[in-house]
Structures are given as C-alpha cells and as structure tokens.
Design a protein around this ligand. Structure first.
Ligand code: 3HC
Ligand code: NAI
Length: 707
C-alpha cells in the first residue's frame, strides 16, 4: 500500500488495489476550503495520470463526508480553483469516481458527490442543499445536476427548503445509488468500488442524466415552485433565483446552465442577505460558548421541578418532558395543579388532533409528569425552575421553601422577566445555586433561552444551564442582571420609540406595516394584541411611581386598556377582531383615541414615511443594544443579535440589529440619533459604546470575538 501525502494537504490519496482512495480530512467538518479544492483536483489529476488506478473513491475523515463550501471564505477574495471547476474535473474523469457518504454531505459536499459517477451512503448520512438558509443557491452545479438526477420537483423541494435527507430517503429519491449495509464507510466504499470494477461499470455522468426528459412535467413543477416561492419567501433574494436556475437546467445546454448558475450564485454571494444569514449561522454557534462552559463542568440533571403551572410553567414543563426528563410540578392548591396539568395535556392533545402524535406517545410522556402542592416533593430534584407570579415577595417566599427542601447542589432557577435575581439569590442561604432561566412564550416552542447570571452564582451552575439548553434544543444567550435582561430591556426601548411615532402622527397600522415590510412577522401593536394589552398595562402601573417624571410618556395604550380592550382575547385592542378573527382590522375608534391624545399632549401630527419609521425604530433598538453590550449585560453584539432573532422575530436575513447597524454604518445610526435628540434629548441619548466605535472607525463586528 503506497501513501502519497500531498504536502500536508487536507486531501490525501493512496492506492488500495486498483482503487485510489481519496480522503478529505479537514476538521471540524471537511469544509471545501481552497486547500481541499486543490487537493481534490490534484487527486483526480493523479488518478488520470496513473495507469494503476482504475477507479477513484472519495471519502471524508471524521464524522462527515463534506459539509459544504467553507463558509468562512465567503466575502474574502476568491482563491482558485473554484469549486464548480473542481466538480467539473471530477465529473470529466474518465475513470469511475465513487463518493461514499457518511455524516453530512451538504451544499458543496453534495455537489462533489453529484459530480462523482456513483454514490453510496450509510445510515446516519445527511444529504442536502441547504445553501438557501445562507442566502445562497447551490453554486457548484447543484442546480443543474440535481434536477437532471432526481427531477425538477424533488430537486426544487430540497433546494428551497434546505432540509436534510436521510440515506434511506436519498436512496429512494435516486440521489444515491446504494445503501451501505454497515456504517463502516471505508469498507462499504471499497467493496462498492471493487464491485463496480468487477462489473465493468462505465463512467456515468450526472450531466447526461435524463430526469428532466419529461419537459411538461418539469415545467409544471417549476411553475408551481415559482408561485409558491413568490408567496412564501417574502423579502428573500435567493429562493426565486433557485427556481430560475432550475428553469435554466430545463432550457439550456448543461455548460450554459452552469454559467447561468454561477452568475446567480455570485449575485447572492454579494448580497447583504447572504452576509446577514452567515452572520446568524456563526452567531448562533458562538453564543453556546460562554466563559463558564469552558471553566466549569455542568452538574448532572436527571430530575426537574417546575413551580407554577400557568402559561410559562406548563410550557416549560412540556419543554423539559420533551427532552425526556421527568418533571414534578408544584402549584398552590389542587385546583391550580389540575389546571396546570390540563395546560400540559392541551399541548399534546393539539399534536394528536393534528396527527403529529399518537395517544400512546402522550401517555408515555405524561407518565413522567407528577404534581404536588407540597414542596417536599422536590427533595430529590436536581433542578427547579420557578414560574410563579411576577412579584418579588411571592418569588422570595418560593425560594425560601426551596432553600428548606432542596438537596445540597440542586440548581434553583427563576423564570422572572424583569425582577432583580441578585435580590432573589441574596434572600436565601445558597445564592451560589441561583440562576435565571428566562424562557419565552410559548416556552415549548420558542427557541430562545436567556441564561441570566447573577453576581454570586457559581460557574458550574451556569455551565449546567447551558447544558440544559442543549438538552431542550434551545438557543442559549448569556445575560447579566438588569431590568429586562437583554431582550425585554431592548424591547421596552424600541416599543417606546414606536409609541412616540404614534403620538407624533403615524398610525399604529402604518407602524405595524412598516415593521412587517422590514421583515418582522408582526408589528409591535399586533404583538400587544396577541399577548394581551393588560400585561403591559399592569407593568406600566407598577412602574408609574418610579418613572422619570421628565421622560415622555405616551398614554394611548392606557386609554385603550381602560376600556377593557386587551386585544384578541377581548375582541378588540389596537385592532378589531370581529367574531374571534385572528387577524385584526383597523379601528376608527382607536384612531379617534389617538387623535384625542395628540390634542391633549399639544402635538400637531405630522406624516412619517415607512422608511422614517424604521429608521427611528431601528435606531432605538441598536442604541439600547449598544448599551446592553457596553454595560456587559450581553457578552458581545452577536448575543444581542441572537436574542432578537430567536425571541423577537427579527428577520434572520438581516442578521440581527447589531449586524444590521454595521451594514447601515454606525456613523449613520449615530447621526440619526443625534438628529432625533434635538426633539427629545432624554430619550435619544447616544450609547457611549456607539460613540466610541464611531470615533475609532470600528463596527460592532470588531467586538464579536469568542467569549
Ligand atoms: N464552513 C466552515 N465552517 C463550518 C461549516 C462550513 N460549511 N459547517 C460547520 N462549520 C463549523 C461550525 O462553525 C463549527 O465551528 P466552531 O466549532 O468553531 O463553532 C464547527 O464547524 C462544527 O459545526 P456544528 O457545531 O454546527 O456541528 P454539528 O455537528 O452540530 O453540525 C453540520 C454539523 C450539520 C455540518 C452543520 O455544521 C452544518 O449544517 N453546517 C453548514 C452546512 C452548510 O450550510 N453547507 C452549505 C455551505 S454553502 C455551499 O456549500 C455553497 C456551494 O453550493 C458552492
Ligand atoms: P401565570 O399567571 O400564567 O402563572 C403563574 C402560576 O403560578 C399560576 O398558575 C399560579 O397558580 C402559580 N403560583 C402562584 N404563586 C404560587 C406559589 N407560591 N406556589 C406555586 N404556584 C404558584 O403567569 P406566567 O405568565 O406563566 O408567568 C410566570 C412567570 O414567568 C412570571 O415571573 C413572568 O414574568 C415570567 N414570564 C412570563 C412570560 C409570558 O409571556 N407570560 C414570558 C417569560 C417569563
């Protein structure tokens, strides 16, 4: 057996009998960086030039085949050879090339496999073209080869969803030719290669495959996908281009189709949406790395207690049950406990009604749920999550009970939205065990989990919280203690900016529309109506005494709440919801209330363009985001981005508010804030961090180092 390491290249090749075994070894996921591309091209060159080689087998080292292009190279100057050229080189090889796939064969990784002549996959393989999720399209022949191999409809559905297909599904779709019997990728690949050689299997090129032969059928699939995409992918740049590329696959000769695809790919690569989505991809991985996850080992969590069976307690219980852990729910009395249990059951009944769960599965899950009105039932809990009323005295009473009954080392968490967790921790004998776990509603669905780190907490408790997030499949963001932590604190500020806009002349309907057009799923007043106006009203009343009397306070929402109009649940709020409608219609009476409030405040209404609305809304969000980073409530700007993306519906393709600020230019944002400050200097105080970055000519990205 001869080994030919190519200059410490991440691609090595060695002759195994008549088969040239080409191994891509580029940890962590064998991404197709420049060295890998060079190595693959060189390996094919070697195979062509060497008579002893009769077939080529490409495999990946480690846990994956190839996870795609190296995402870190995007936006950098391109380095030859380009991936499409490497793929063409593989396909043009006149000796059979076999791709043996285990783990991820995604994006460019699958495109390499599509350029090979035969494909094998073993159990656990994930095949897909997820470029759309990064604002891209398959740019190394995927849009031309996939439809030719598996038909326009299937190729479009893979490329437009970006989903991963299992080995079995890929085999059924015709994406791979054979399923390996074992998970020994090398043995399976070599055996397949030997078998192909023994059977004199010809070189068989995907470019010549015939799945598009039925033009009428293909055209119908393309038309349907175009109509669906125009409707569904609102504001997104790359999905329609994917459809265009498949149209090109149908209409143009292969090489022209490739050129068309390349042009579209480069346009996507240049787009701010690509930059935003790639930022989101890395940011959601970076947030997992908190200082405590490096310095401390998590405590074991095998049993969980949840206190309160209301909106949040029940949702948290479902999230924990879904992760396979047992839950003990504590409530005030039997009736509340029964209600809490019913809330939990309702979630599973909903799944059963939709055909997404079998009744047996519900029974199995609920067997892990127990309930009690006595705290003693928590004596063995490794973790307790408190979700009772948002009231310091009530919470401290609960924590005193926990201090009494819980075993030493149990992690004691609160789901408070705003309260001072340092004060909760300080009220018991074991403040080192107290942490904030701020879930979002509905807690079993929303991905965000703010992990709030009080002063006295020990590092292993924080590490445990991150470990829990992983188990619950949540996206954790580390936050410091302050009023509202990262998300709700920023929310309060941009909501206030919206209220100012409303009183100054924009209607809530225009504001909501502008915010939706920017890419949020809902506008701020639709959100109020959905969540219930009474919740914010109660908070405002609670804070009235401590509010800065000099600060501008818009009373419109109070006037609406005073009439008992709390939103969807009362049939009207900022909008009208006749007969239980889910979408509201504008309410002339609300407009009259707003008009009256403007008069009372002595404001002559003025017109705002949608763009002017969004500039203020975003400036408020960005400025408070900068404050949150400045005060070290968030570790980095990217933590603010992930919070807004996963908890508040910020459009992912814009990367988050801080990334968006970098795109617009921090100097422009600061100039806007200074302009607005002329009217209201108290509200529009530029964040010291923003000022500092502008002075230094830097952006938020410069602060996004690893924690
Ligand atoms: N390029 C560069 N780095 C990558 C990468 C890629 N394509 N894919 C993953 N990584 C990095 C991650 O950032 C992470 O780095 P870190 O340890 O420093 O944080 C590390 O690899 C491990 O990644 P995960 O934590 O995500 O590991 P998992 O085991 O959970 O998941 C995976 C592995 C399924 C491969 C997942 O990483 C993934 O989905 N990657 C992206 C795949 C993708 O989108 N490919 C298409 C790229 S675009 C393309 O190919 C264009 C072409 O058409 C021309
Ligand atoms: P809720 O009113 O729906 O539920 C509270 C539950 O706690 C009730 O079932 C009540 O019976 C129970 N409870 C009260 N005192 C108790 C005690 N001493 N012992 C045991 N149970 C007791 O309230 P919700 O909305 O679930 O909020 C709970 C907590 O979660 C609050 O701190 C809130 O700020 C926070 N939160 C709420 C969010 C939301 O969107 N509703 C989002 C994130 C956090």
């Amino acid at each position: 057996m001869a080994t030919h390491p190519v200059n410490a290249s991440p691609v090595t090749h060695e002759l195994r009998g008549k088969v040239l075994l080409v191994t891509v070894d580029n940890p962590p996921v064998n991404a197709l960086g420049a060295d890998v591309r060079r190595g693959l091209a060189a390996a094919i060159g070697h195979a062509e030039a060497n008579d002893a080689v009769q077939a080529v087998l490409i495999v990946g080292a480690g846990r994956n085949f190839i996870a795609g292009a190296d995402i870190r190279e995007f936006g950098q100057p391109p380095q030859p050879p380009a991936l499409p050229d490497v793929c063409n080189r593989i396909e043009a090889c006149h000796k059979p090339v076999i791709a043996a796939i285990h783990g991820a064969a995604l994006g460019g990784g699958l495109e390499v496999a599509l350029a090979a002549h035969y494909r094998l996959a073993v159990a656990g393989a994930k095949l897909g073209l997820p470029e759309v999720q990064l604002g891209l399209l398959p740019g190394a022949g995927g849009t031309q080869r996939a439809p030719r191999l598996i038909g326009a409809e299937t190729a479009l559905s893979l490329m437009l969803s970006g989903r991963h297909a299992s080995a079995q599904e890929a085999h059924k779709l015709g994406l791979v030719d054979r399923l390996g019997a074992s998970d020994d990728i090398l043995a399976e690949g070599l055996a397949y290669a030997q078998e192909l050689l023994a059977g004199h299997a010809p070189v068989r090129r995907t470019r010549d495959a015939q799945a598009l032969a039925d033009r009428t059928q293909a055209q119908a699939a393309i038309d349907a996908a175009r109509a669906e995409t125009a409707k569904k992918s609102r504001g997104l740049f790359s999905p329609l281009k994917i459809v265009d590329c498949v149209q090109a696959a149908l209409d143009l000769p292969f090489d022209e189709g490739l050129r068309f695809e390349r042009k579209q790919f480069l346009e996507c690569l240049e787009s701010p949406q690509r930059a935003g989505l790639v930022h989101a991809f890395f940011a959601e991985r970076e947030v997992q790395k908190a200082p405590e996850t490096k310095s401390a080992k998590p405590r074991a969590i095998e049993t969980v207690g949840v206190i309160g069976g209301g909106t949040m307690g029940a949702g948290i219980a479902v999230a924990v049950l879904d992760a396979g852990l047992p839950v003990t729910m504590i409530e005030r009395d039997d009736a509340s406990l029964a209600r809490g249990r019913a809330h939990v059951e309702k979630v599973y009944d909903g799944l059963i009604a939709k055909g997404r769960m079998k009744p047996e599965a519900k029974a199995q899950i609920l067997a892990r749920l127990s309930g009690s009105t006595s705290y003693d039932a928590l004596a063995n809990a490794d973790l307790v999550i408190e979700a009772v009323f948002e009231d310091m005295a009530v919470k401290q009473a609960v924590f005193a009970e926990l201090d009494r009954v819980c075993k030493p080392g149990a992690v004691l968490a609160t789901n408070t939205s705003y309260l001072d967790i340092d004060a909760i921790a300080a009220s018991i004998e074991r403040p080192q065990d107290v942490v904030g776990l701020h879930f979002f509603s509905p807690a079993n669905i929303m991905k965000l989990l703010e992990i709030v780190v009080p002063k006295q907490v020990s590092a292993d408790v924080v590490a445990t919280a991150f470990e829990l997030a992983k188990k619950l499949r949540k996206v954790p963001v580390r936050a410091g203690v302050c009023d509202g932590f990262i998300g709700n604190r920023i929310l309060a500020v941009f909501r206030t900016a919206a209220d100012h806009l409303m009183e100054d002349g924009a209607s809530p309907y225009q504001i909501d529309k502008a915010v939706r057009d920017f890419g949020f799923p809902m506008g701020p007043y639709q959100v109020v109506d959905l969540a219930g106006g009474d919740i914010g009203w109660a908070t405002r009343k609670r804070r009235a005494a401590t509010r800065d009397p000099k600060a501008r306070y818009v009373q419109i929402a109070d006037r609406i709440c005073e009439r008992g109009w709390f939103g969807q649940k009362t049939g009207r709020g900022f909008y009208l919801y006749p007969e239980g409608a889910r979408t509201g219609t504008p309410d002339p009476e609300v407009e009259a209330i707003i008009e009256a409030e403007r008069e009372r405040a002595g404001i002559t209404p003025r017109a705002f363009t949608d763009e002017a609305i969004m500039r203020r809304y975003m400036a408020a969000m960005i400025n408070e985001g900068a404050n949150v980073v400045h005060e070290k409530i968030a570790l980095r700007p990217l933590d603010v981005d992930v919070t807004l993306l996963y908890g508040y519906g910020f459009p992912r393709y814009r990367g988050g508010p801080m990334k968006y600020a970098d795109t617009v230019g921090l100097a422009n944002v600061l100039a806007d804030i200074r302009e607005y400050a002329k009217e209201d200097p108290l509200f529009w105080r530029p964040s010291p961090l923003l000022v500092e970055l502008v002075e230094r000519g830097e952006n938020f990205a410069s602060l996004n180092h690893s924690a």
